[in-house]
Write a protein that binds this ligand. Structure first.
Ligand code: ANZ
Ligand code: ZN
Length: 836
């Protein structure tokens, strides 16, 4: 019989489902393992082969760990709120609820065809009111604790479509829909105070086992930076400008002050700025640029001097000019910088362009001449900035100090004079938690004319998203919900007076902040009436933290940070029992199309997993995606590679024909296998099998799925060389192969007569004795006569042995004056030199 995946895969999928093999048991005595993959957004495009890379990888781990005696939880669900569905619904007139239902159905079928061992009994859906009542509940708690507040924040606004746009809908400053130039518009939005958790979000990274680059991403996004806030007084005015610097040691090198275009000082000094028209024009152009554009390091730095304005350097008392420049960001460090061109790259470029003084105040070496001279050295010709710490020069009483010490002393000096203080700045901003869209969780908030902002009471959750026919954008910048009068107008929960519901909805992230907790309850328990079950502390204690979380590299910044933040908040509420949700976090590389481009509908280069499964089977697809390359690196799809895996499975299939009959697997112990017998071959396979078992366990732990598959291939190659394979070895092989090609392995397993699933078998223990590189007796012949028996390691090549022999004192002599005519080599047995 041939290997025909179409004949076996659905059969075993059904069998596993019926046997409930992959249902995790709450509070089971076995040790738990919780594997988590990012749950998919059920888009209309269907499953992407990239999803499978992640799901198959953790499926392999889940299956292996179950066989190793763990109680494994490997759940899945749907992250289903979001813009693509809303847009699709607007285009087609099908309601988002129905679009979502349809997409989920397709996705679910696709996932099931892959034989992934998800616990489907715990499936969740973020758009189910029973689910999002808890997303709303978390928001209520944030509000209660003062961590949710409203603030005027800019949104991307398309003046032609009259709608707010998500960042991803703005392409090069233009509206994705109509191509019009977008603007920034300020509207009142809900914010979450993630900044209060900034330090903990950094510190607790110590406790977790994330890929190093992911930890760095988290830290960079938070962007903690220690420095000094310095007050520069404006000459002939009682106004001042505060700057933030991490290099207060360079303060004697300040040759200008640059403020952000939005800085209030421009308005406040309007009357005194001589070239105010020029300045206003500059500010106007800057307003149109995105922050990304403005901070692009490669971009030319521009600015305009505020003529007639001077500030005083608090340390040197020098008068300094003031500029407006768009490379300074308004929302960071007070929106003003002291310019030190000699020691900062951006400042250097700016100074070069506008011919400003470049004054060196930090020297690489302790330079006594500069130190004693202590005079202004004009270094306009300086070709390179010196950005490192060093020794202060030209810095008054601080000259001669090292940078670190100088920072301390200057900080002290500033603090004493009330002209500055040490501060910590973060790049991290509070999280804008409002969206002006229909397809999201409504905020559980009511605005009352009398009482102001009032929380919906917990017992009234969920605030259901009204099912309406029309959810077009309102045209005023408000969410489409604003137009649904029946829904908007309510009584105030406090005073009973006239009130209106909040019409903003939550961002896509909201539902994915806590979904790993929802799985602990499972869909069934997330009922609207089941209020007490939401946070089952015992289950949380048993299952959390997630042992291993894998997902895309594009989510290792924001989603990871947000969900860690929300988890910490739940920790502070006493709901969860430790502060980090994920013990380990990895990320898989993207799968690109054969042409190296991103797969996309418009390019027509998308690989449809269904077609692959149909033709080659799920096992080939799974195996290929694990084998295709290092897991964390992007890689091009290659159909030849997939076909190679299919062929490999066919070869493995043939191995069953080499099975010995029942009794022949009794091992005969022979001490001397000088000339190699069946047993020595058998030993060789046994040794390789044990090595492979070990290697697979090690590789899986380190995410090296590709080398694990390669090791299995090597083992198969060796087994193919055998006349016979013992049942014991073959079964062990099937078990370690089964996580990779589960249907395939189950089929061969049950063909051997097993009644129970292979996934109930025990993962084979490594027999340590086979890991020790044992030595064999190896025969060296000269012209057919045994001259020496040497003890060597297994599996040495002809070349290696030849070297050994020619260096051996005992044998060397036979070669004197002779030429090697021919070498006969039998691996692990003998070498025969034919000399003349
Ligand atoms: C003077 C100076 C001299 C600086 C020097 C650097 C080197 P991080 O580490 O990222 O926090 N800066 C401050 N506020 C800014 C803003 N709103 N927009 C753009 N740049 C700003 O960076 C802190 C440094 O970035 C600050 O230290 C300031 O330049 C600049 F040799 O001050 B520095
Ligand atoms: Zn009221």
């Amino acid at each position: 019989m041939k290997y025909i995946p179409q004949k076996i895969e659905s059969k075993w999928q059904k069998f596993w489902q019926e046997e409930k093999l992959f249902q995790a048991k709450n509070f089971d005595k076995k040790p738990k393992k919780y594997f988590l993959v990012e749950f998919p957004y059920p888009s209309g495009d269907g499953l992407h082969v990239g999803h499978i890379r992640s799901y198959a990888a953790l499926d392999i781990l889940s299956r292996q760990k179950r066989m190793q005696g763990f109680n494994v939880l490997y759940p899945i669900g749907w992250d289903a709120f979001g813009l693509p569905t809303e847009n699709y619904a607007l285009k087609t007139g099908i309601h988002p609820t129905d679009v979502t239902k349809k997409n989920i159905k397709v996705f679910k079928k696709q996932l099931q065809l892959l034989g992934l061992s998800f616990d489907w009994s715990r499936e969740i859906n973020t758009t189910d009111p029973a689910y999002y009542q808890w997303t709303q509940w978390i928001f209520l708690k944030f509000f209660e604790k003062g961590l949710a507040y409203q603030s005027e924040m800019p949104i991307n606004w398309c003046p032609s479509c009259k709608i707010g746009l998500a960042n991803e809908e703005v392409i090069d400053g233009q509206c994705e829909r109509c191509g019009a130039q977008t603007e920034r518009r300020k509207i009142k939005q809900w914010m979450l105070k993630i900044t209060e958790y900034a330090d903990r979000l950094i510190e607790d990274l110590e406790q977790v086992d994330y890929l190093e680059k992911i930890k760095i991403q988290q830290k960079n996004w938070i962007g903690r930076s220690e420095g000094t806030e310095i007050i520069f007084k404006i000459k002939n005015s009682n106004l001042e400008v505060k700057v933030f610097t991490t290099r207060v040691d360079t303060i004697f090198g300040v040759t200008a002050l640059v403020v952000a275009p939005e800085h209030e000082i421009i308005k406040n000094l309007e009357a005194s700025i001589e070239n105010i028209e020029e300045v206003k024009k500059y500010v106007e152009t800057a307003r149109k640029k995105s922050e990304l554009e403005r901070t692009d390091l490669a971009k030319e730095k521009t600015g305009v001097e505020l003529k007639g304005i001077k500030v005083i350097n608090p340390l040197s008392n020098e008068e300094i000019s003031v500029w407006v420049g768009d490379y300074v960001i308004a929302s960071y460090g007070g929106g003003a910088v002291m310019m030190v061109p000699a020691h900062d790259q951006r400042d250097f470029e700016f100074a070069k362009k506008y011919n400003l003084l470049i004054k060196q105040v930090i020297s690489k070496t302790q330079n006594s001449k500069l130190k004693t001279q202590n005079q202004n050295s004009d270094l306009k010709t300086l070709e390179k900035v010196f950005i490192e710490d060093g020794t202060l020069v030209n810095s008054g009483q601080f000259s001669g100090l090292g940078s670190a010490e100088a920072r301390q002393k200057i900080n002290q000096w500033l603090e004493n004079k009330n002209l500055g203080k040490k501060v910590i700045q973060y790049k991290l901003r509070d999280w804008i938690f409002s969206r002006q869209h229909y397809w999201g969780e409504p905020m559980p908030i009511i605005h009352c004319q009398k009482c102001g902002v009032v929380a919906v009471s917990e017992k009234d959750l969920p605030v259901k998203l009204p099912y309406v026919e029309k959810y077009e954008p309102s045209g005023t910048g408000q969410s489409p919900l604003a137009k649904i009068n029946k829904w908007v107008n309510v009584k105030c929960p406090k005073c009973g007076g006239k009130a209106k519901r909040e019409t903003d909805t939550m961002p896509n992230w909201a539902g994915s902040n806590w979904y790993y907790l929802a799985y602990l309850l499972g869909n069934k328990n997330l009922k609207i009436k089941n209020k007490k079950l939401a946070w089952d502390k015992e289950k949380i204690k048993y299952w959390m933290p997630v042992d291993w979380y894998n997902g895309g590299m594009e989510h290792t910044t924001l989603h990871l940070l947000y969900s860690r933040f929300v988890y910490k908040f739940l920790y502070d509420l006493g709901i969860v029992s430790q502060p980090e949700p994920y013990q380990k976090r990895t990320a898989h590389g993207m799968i690109l199309a054969e042409d190296g481009q991103k797969m996309s509908k418009s390019r027509g280069n998308v690989i449809n997993p269904d077609a692959i499964v149909k033709k080659y089977g799920a096992d080939s697809l799974r195996l290929y995606e694990m084998f295709m390359g290092p897991f964390d690196q992007a890689i091009n799809w290659n159909i030849q590679g997939l076909i190679g895996c299919f062929r490999f499975l066919n070869r493995v299939w043939e191995l069953q024909n080499k099975l010995k009959t029942q009794n022949s697997n009794v091992k005969i112990k022979t001490k001397n296998f000088l000339f190699g017998t069946d047993q020595s071959r058998g030993e060789k396979i046994e040794r390789l099998l044990n090595k492979t078992i070990k290697k697979i366990s090690d590789d899986l732990e380190e995410m090296k799925f590709n080398t694990a598959v390669a090791a299995l291939m090597i083992l198969v190659n060796e087994m193919e060389k055998e006349k016979n394979i013992s049942r014991d070895i073959f079964e062990k092989f099937l078990i370690i192969f089964s996580p990779f090609a589960p249907h395939f392995a189950e089929e061969l397993w049950q063909k051997l007569g097993h009644q129970k699933s292979i996934f109930l078998a025990r993962w084979p223990e490594v027999d340590k004795k086979y890991l020790i590189e044992d030595k064999i007796n190896f025969v060296v012949q000269i012209n057919g006569r045994v001259r020496e028996i040497i003890k060597i390691k297994n599996d040495l090549s002809e070349e290696e042995i030849k070297k050994l022999v020619l260096n051996s004192e005992k044998i060397k002599k036979y070669f004197v004056g002779k030429k090697i005519k021919k070498i006969i080599f039998v691996s692990n047995k003998l070498i025969n030199f034919v000399l003349n």
